[in-house]
Each structure stands twice: as C-alpha cells, then as structure tokens.
Design a protein around this ligand. Structure first.
Ligand code: FAD
Length: 392
C-alpha cells in the first residue's frame, strides 16, 4: 500500500479517536490518526481533577441526553464499563470508586493516556500531531484528506474531533462543519455540565457566601440530581448544578431543595419549645456562615419557640423550594461537555457510520449523545469508538 494510502483516517486524537484507531489497528487495519494539537488527549489529562473519571459502573442509556434517546443503547451495550476495567487491569492501572459508581485512577489521568498510546503503538497506528486538516473530500472509492503535511487517501474517515468545550486547549467546530459539508443535520449545540450565572440582584446576597457548598437536590420539572451545590462569586456550581445545567435553557427556573432528606417543618415542630435561635438550629445542617445568611435572607431573627406558623411555612418554602433563575451559563470556556451535535437519526447505532455517506463515521462527543457528570462521557467515547472500530 503506498505511504499515503490508509484503510482508515481517524481525525482527532482524543479519547474516542485514540481508542478507535488502536482497536481498528489491532484488527489489522492500516490506520492514520491526525490531530491539530501538538499534545495528545488534553481533555483526558485535565479530566477528573487530574485523575480521570474514566467510566461509571452505573452506565445506562438513561444517563445520556440526546434528541434520539435510544441511539446510545446499542453502542453502550457492546462496550461496557467492564470492558474498559478489563483493559485497565491488563495494564496494572489501579483505580477506586469515589462516589455514585464513578471510577477514578489511583494515580493520574496520564496513565489512561499512556494506556491508549501504547495500545495504538502495539497495533501500529501511524499518528501525526500538530497537523492542520485542510479539507476532507469524497472520491469515487473512499476519501481524500488534504493536510498541512500532504494529502492522504483512505477507504473510510472517522471524525472524532469532540465538541466545543474548552477551546483554549484545542476544541473546534471541525466535526460539525464536516457533518454539514456532507449534508448532516446538527442538533443545536450548547454548553453543558457548566456553572450557571446569577443576576446582580441574586449575587448581592449570595456572593458573600462564595466558596460555601451544601448537599442539595437541584430540579427542573421531573429531573433532579442530589449532590452538592457550590456558591461561587458568579453564581452556582458544584455537581448538582453542573448536572442540572445540561437540562437547563434560558429563562427556565431551577428549584433547589437545600435539605432534601429532611422535612424542616417536622424538625421545627418537634423542637417547638426550644429557645435556640433559628440560625443556631440551622447550623446543625449547614455551615454557620450559610445558616446566618439564610436567616438574614428570611429576615427571621427569632428562637424556635418564637416562630409563628407562617414563619415555619416561609422557612420550609425557602429551604425546600429555593427558586433560582440563572441569567446564563459560563459557556464553552467552562463547560465540561457540549450537548447537541451530529444528529443520531442519520447515523447507524451499530457502526456509527453516516447513513448518508458510505465510509464516513462520527464518534465521541461530536455526536448528539451527552452523558451526565461522573465518567459517563468517557464511557460514551470508548463505546462509540469500539462500534466504529469494528466497521472501518
Ligand atoms: C475539564 C474537563 C473535565 C472532564 N472530566 C471528565 C471526566 O472525569 N469523566 C468523563 O467521563 N468526562 C469528562 N470530561 C468530558 C470528556 O473529556 C469528553 O467527553 C471526552 O474527552 C470526549 O472525547 P472525544 O474524543 O469525543 O473528544 P476530545 O477528547 O475532546 O478529543 C477531540 C480531539 O480532536 C482534536 N481536534 C479538534 N478540532 C480539530 C481539528 N480542527 N483538526 C484536528 N484535530 C482536532 C482535539 O485536539 C482533540 O485531541 C471532562 C471534560 C472537561 C473539559
């Protein structure tokens, strides 16, 4: 085979691209992996606070957002968290469950990059970094990919260029542009798993609490997440807010239950004779700083025994149904993922190949499948990569 001719060209050496290229190479396919960045898999490197939350043992289709919710079932069922864990065991990478099924490396996320790197080397994937992709063209049989280091031809092309989040480390809209070029529909993209901004009025009383976090249930309609909420100087963050942000769109209110596992009315009623100040009572459940601020916001400076029925009603409403109306999100610069993307209705869930263009594949975050926080997005990257790797 001439030097510039490959069975498949994978564009994007991130989580999905590295995995797909290595698995296809292991099947004996001649694979070229291209990336415009000089550094390999930057998002893996910075993920999970540097420890990479590489999967979630509770992975299920319900943990993904998509305009075609059933699309992810097939890829996820053929490459499960167990498969990725087997790979880690083979490479002696130790890991632990942090919470809620989230698996992290004991060491660092570099271990995952090294694993994928050596898988690719073992299967003789040719990798070129720092390469600009000038155009991808369909030819009579296969594709021509013109790049800053020359032209390459292949039977198939896999687009694994991810979403728009964190442009500072190389995210681009390349995958969406290629999809549009070949006549694909793009489900509207937006920042997801992202902190939310509040209005100056709301920040006036919340920003002095910046850095405070509390266990909460954040909901929009029937969707809710019970995890920590963090107050920041610009608004709200923390896992509960990041999770609900993926379901949030402009103008929608979020309801926060600050004591989701308790009925504050019952607690206060059971302590009716107490002379404790309300703020000291609330400090059992929150930090003193937050308890004092809650009382200031409620404008109640009384002991429990002095509370009227309407005070208790007001406290309960405030604590269990605190309503916030974010003014926006902090955008792609701060988002962990991009929701929306290449319309799954136009892809095969068996192979990830385009239904419109023979030999063109889309995998990973560029596709309209967005996981919850907690390792679900990497699991989608591995699973969609596996599906494509069997078919290129
Ligand atoms: C801060 C942060 C922390 C995260 N932590 C976790 C976590 O712990 N667990 C989890 O499951 N998910 C996490 N995610 C999400 C996860 O990183 C992504 O969902 C995953 O990396 C998507 O994989 P991908 O291969 O589709 O895209 P990416 O990993 O983004 O890879 C895309 C690749 O394409 C390349 N590329 C882009 N444009 C071009 C172009 N024009 N030409 C050539 N190459 C191009 C990029 O350089 C990159 O190497 C995190 C994300 C962020 C931002």
């Amino acid at each position: 085979m001439p030097d510039n001719k490959y069975d498949s060209i994978v564009i994007g050496a991130g989580a999905a691209g590295l995995m797909c290229a290595a698995l296809a190479g292991a099947r004996g396919r001649k694979v070229l992996l291209l990336d415009h960045s000089h550094k390999l898999a930057e998002k893996i490197r910075i993920s999970g606070g540097g420890r990479c939350n590489f999967t979630n043992i509770n992975t299920a289709p319900e943990c993904y957002i998509s305009n075609t919710p059933k699309f992810c079932i097939s890829p996820l069922s053929r490459y499960t968290p167990k498969h990725f864990i087997e790979l880690l065991n083979k490479y002696n990478i130790t890991y632990h469950e942090k919470t809620l099924g989230q698996l992290f490396c004991d060491g660092s996320s570099e271990q995952i990059i090294e694993l994928l790197d050596s898988l690719g080397n073992d299967s003789k994937v040719k990798r070129c970094m720092g390469v600009s992709i000038l155009c991808v063209e369909k030819e009579l049989s296969g594709f021509k990919v013109a790049t800053s280091i020359g032209d390459f031809v292949s039977e198939s092309v896999v687009i694994a260029t991810g979403g728009l989040s964190i442009p500072q480390i190389g995210a681009t809209g390349f995958g969406y542009n290629i999809a549009r070029q070949f006549g694909h529909n793009i489900i509207k993209t937006d920042a997801a798993l992202v902190p939310l901004a509040l209005s100056p009025e709301e920040l006036q009383y919340l920003s002095p609490l910046s850095g405070t976090s509390f266990f909460s249930s954040a909901s929009i309609n029937k969707t809710n997440f019970q995890e920590n909420t963090l107050i920041t100087h610009r608004g709200l963050s923390g896992p509960a807010i990041l999770q609900i942000s993926s379901y949030w769109s402009g103008g929608v209110a979020i309801s926060l239950d600050m004591l989701p596992n308790m009925n504050i009315t019952e607690e206060l009623s059971a302590n009716r004779s107490s002379n404790k100040l309300l703020e000291n009572f609330l400090a059992q459940f929150f930090s003193m700083r937050l308890a004092s601020s809650l009382c200031a916001m409620l404008q109640i400076n009384k002991s429990i025994s002095q509370l009227s029925k309407s005070d208790i009603h007001k406290i309960s409403n405030f604590i269990h149904s605190f309503t916030i109306k974010p003014t926006g999100s902090l955008g792609y610069k701060k988002a962990e993922v991009t929701k929306g993307g290449v319309d799954c209705k136009e892809l095969s869930s068996k192979s990830m190949m385009s239904n419109k263009v023979e030999g063109l594949f889309f995998i990973g975050e560029v596709v309209d499948v967005t996981g919850w926080l907690g390792g679900y997005n990497f699991q989608w990257a591995w699973a969609s990569a596996f599906a494509a790797a069997q078919n290129i």
